[in-house]
Write a protein that binds this ligand. Sequence first.
Ligand SMILES: Cc1cc2nc3c(=O)[nH]c(=O)nc-3n(C[C@H](O)[C@H](O)[C@H](O)COP(=O)(O)O)c2cc1C
Ligand SMILES: Nc1ncnc2c1ncn2[C@@H]1O[C@H](COP(=O)(O)OP(=O)(O)O)[C@@H](O)[C@H]1O
Length: 319
Amino acid sequence: MQVIYLDEPFNKKIIYSAPTVLALGFFDGVHLGHQQVIRVAKKEAEKRGLKLAVMTLDRHPSIAFQNVPQNSVKYLTPLKRKLELFVKLGADITYVVALNEKIVPMGPQEFVDKYMVGLNAAAVVAGEDYTYGKKNIANMQTLAEYSKNRFEIITVPYLKKNGSKVGSTAVRKYIDTGDLSNANKLLGYTYQTSGVVVHGKQRGRKLGFPTINLNISNNERIPGEGIYAVKVTIVGKTVLGMASIGRNETFGKGQEQTVEINLFDFSQTVYSEEAVVQWYCKLREQQKFPDAKSLILQLKKDKQNTLNHFKEKQIGIYD
Ligand SMILES: Cc1cc2nc3c(=O)[nH]c(=O)nc-3n(C[C@H](O)[C@H](O)[C@H](O)COP(=O)(O)O)c2cc1C
Ligand SMILES: Nc1ncnc2c1ncn2[C@@H]1O[C@H](COP(=O)(O)OP(=O)(O)O)[C@@H](O)[C@H]1O
């Protein structure tokens, strides 16, 4: 997949020169609803013998349009992850548009001329709630007016599950409360984050449960505090494990939140390696134990519960 970054005013030479089918959206999470939009676009592209291009933005629209501070946004899929998912969905090209002060004041007609016609779109595919500027002006209902018959418009209706819309907001709520089972149902894949292994307090090995402590980028969304059954890919291996997101209250008050994982069947030293974590299920809440011994007893139970979860769901390391 070719990734093309567009910063207003972009140089026309960097655009893919033949007509494409263009799927539009911010696509945070690339959940089942988003997947449906991109699949419809892929089919249309195949029908026409054209390449599929996806257009997304380099930052959440709320930063540009609602003055939400950039460092307070927690993405379900930071750009790198989003691009991986677009590849899986068969995108040939992704345009990443810089949503900066140069593009925000642009009116809908100019946006359509430059970022739809200007990207050689033969057809544009988006979900019914897609907007390309102010909601009441630049929506899928008004797109026909601005397109002036220069491309076809395909609107994909909301995907619903149990009567409600499959959307990023619902996924975020589930992730925040640790309800991975429901989050993963809406995503259509197991939620994944990544981080680099950093040094902790070196207490884990003394407890008999060493943990990789992960440094996770500030704008990546991690589940709410609690204990989780996870699968981790690190140094080319994939293993099961149990993760703790919390403040290790057993060892004192007011500590910083850590994300740490005890890996099963693993004994390598892996500081500064990247770990990719798949989040399956919340096992319990964080607890303040009276002493280390009680925590160790609980960790043994957590391990058994993690193994039981994977056994019940028949999830192996290759699934
Ligand atoms: C599966 C799991 C569950 C944990 N549960 C708790 C807990 O309920 N309460 C707590 O204070 N610490 C809990 N911890 C965190 C341990 O306190 C922490 O891993 C230990 O202090 C090691 O820290 P270190 O990596 O800085 O050496 C848990 C850790 C793991 C891996
Ligand atoms: N099974 C395992 N699970 C997690 N980390 C392990 C495991 N075996 C060895 N390690 C290594 O040990 C380190 C964790 O030991 P620990 O005493 O918890 O130290 P720290 O507090 O620095 O994380 C990890 O960063 C990793 O390099």
